[in-house]
Design a protein around this ligand. Sequence first.
Ligand code: FES
Ligand code: FES
Length: 208
Amino acid sequence: MRDRSQPLPPGSGAGVSRRFALTAGSTAIATLPMLGAARGDNAPSAAMPEKGATMPVSLTVNGRAHRLSVDPRATLLDTLREQLGLTGTKKGCDHGQCGACTVHVDGRRVLSCLTLTAAVRGPVTTIEGIATNGTLHPMQQAFIDHDAFQCGYCTPGQIMSAIACVKEGHAGSAAEIREYMSGNLCRCAAYPHIVAAIQQAKPDIERS
Ligand code: FES
Ligand code: FES
């Protein structure tokens, strides 16, 4: 059983656990009206960006550098899909609960729906960036070999999470894989096939 006190549980966002992010977010939201009340007015908090305001960001995605102008509140998921047209990363719940939006930032898996674009530090890798010169990544190939998907909606997130799971050293057994992939939900219940695919791809990834 995984030690739940570890700082990076499966499917976490940018090194911050989902539970922490949700708790912190709830606290922040709950606090905003109280700040206004304390000032005796209904003015928005100074921390709130103006409606329509944008800010410049530099983002490297799949080895390509981008200069973008984004809403300070834009999530990495929306920036990837709506500004860069990288729609391989899927929006499932948009609340950090399904793992469909998993990408890598600086080599670590993060939930892009819980990650602010403006806060991203390090290169981003999405499902579109893992094949090499037209050859599928070993994890992509293993998912095909094991029929590890049905509708395929969760699959990009599953694959990005699975690669990270192996690289983190958390694919030592079927039980460990299930534990460290538990942040990625599959409504088609392809779980046994996903575990088999990860076990197939593991040696190739460890050699690379
Ligand atoms: Fe991000 Fe569901 S869309 S966790
Ligand atoms: Fe359909 Fe996973 S393959 S949700």
